[in-house]
Design a protein around this ligand. Sequence first.
Ligand SMILES: *Cc1c(COP(=O)(O)O)cnc(C)c1O
Length: 472
Amino acid sequence: MAASESDDLFAMPALDRGAPKHNFPHREMPGPEAYQIVHDELMLDGVSRMNLATFCTTWIDEHAQRLMAQSVAKNIVDKDEYPQTAELERRCVRMVADLWHAPRPESVHGTSTIGSSEAAMLGGLAAKTRWRKRGGRGVPNFVCGPVQVCWEKFARYFDVEIRQVPLRGDRYTLHPDDIAAHCDSNTIMVVATMGQTFTGLFEDIAAFSAALDELQDRTGLDIPLHVDAASGGFLAPFTAPDLVWDFRLPRVKSINASGHKTGLAPLGCGWAIWREPDDLPEELIFDVDYLGGSMATFNLNFSRPGGQAITQYYDFIRLGRIGYTRLQSAIYRVAEHLAQGLTATGLFEMIHDGSPTRGITAASWRLPADPGFNLYDLSERLRSRGWLIAAYPLPADRQDETIMRAVVRHGFTHDMADLLLVDIDRCVDQLRKHPLSSSLTRREAGGFTHDATAAVSDETIAAALNLQRSDG
Ligand SMILES: *Cc1c(COP(=O)(O)O)cnc(C)c1O
């Protein structure tokens, strides 16, 4: 470029030409131009804090951002090279085990993971290996109610039959009385969900445990529980401490949770914890070098970012039990406020009203009557104001019913809930005054789905949306 020409970024050749899109680019371009192209394209992504479809962290404080930036080059698998990162992860494992009432938190096996999906796979693999070691033959299976797609993935990737018990009548969670009939000598575990993806409701895990006790008394079958506490694992211990769902139940052998959901860690953090060392078979453990000795690892991935576990440790020591309780209680109050506002419209029937003993910090609802539009129409209308709220069909046997769910998270305020309620009113009004010639179907509405057979899940979309920083 001649010195006399404009040096305005937007007149630079790379921006003038348009970004390479199809083949591997031949030419190079200056960093500022490449940055601007990528940055500007992402302006079309949703605003992550207005994305109430995701469960994942969309707001982290300044200290957490600094720790993340400082650890961006640290690989958590390099235990010997980054021994203090390994140490912080181990402290987190003990703290989480303590929070979930493990009998001996100082000696449990546990690990950080990239999220609950990896943690769930590890829990499932451990259960499968324990069953084989006990002499299990043939095709193993596990029994569950409506589960997150990671369990369908586990079943398919690791050759385990998934026995999803159909929902009974107008229930949204698995009925404890329905479990036993689906179990046999090839059942490696029952998966219980502490905070259902579809509705946000907690399952009655103590009742599941009692049903399995009764099955054992009757038949001798001793079937362990794995609790998928992806979002409930960092709520109930603080805001519903009397709910018994964790290692207080001897039948619970392993628990997973997403640090990057209600644990408040940045995206890319999950936890898997086993009750006793024996509950994680040694076949699944690999040793890596650590300070002249070795350290046990059990993860699906080798390299993983270290910043998430580091930042999780920061969250734990910054907030403690008192801080988490205060913060999660405040989020529940916003969820309940939102649910009350939705009820007050007279249009919606709440499935989960944001109560801390019934489910996670979320509200879910249905349309009991036909107001001339459906929830996909409403979801689509709300998008025009920037709100991303999931509408989707219920799982197997109740697929004819559509529900909507809003997950309320750290950083979503009472005022934002009021803004949303005003927009919902406005959208409902518009839909009534100008009925669409035909209502949207699920496929047309796109985006949100929990169906394992669909190309993208709502969590994938949520994760993509979340790549954009909340203040971006
Ligand atoms: C989100 C979620 C998962 C998957 O967790 P990721 O951290 O997104 O991998 C699994 N189970 C439940 C119940 C969830 O809500």
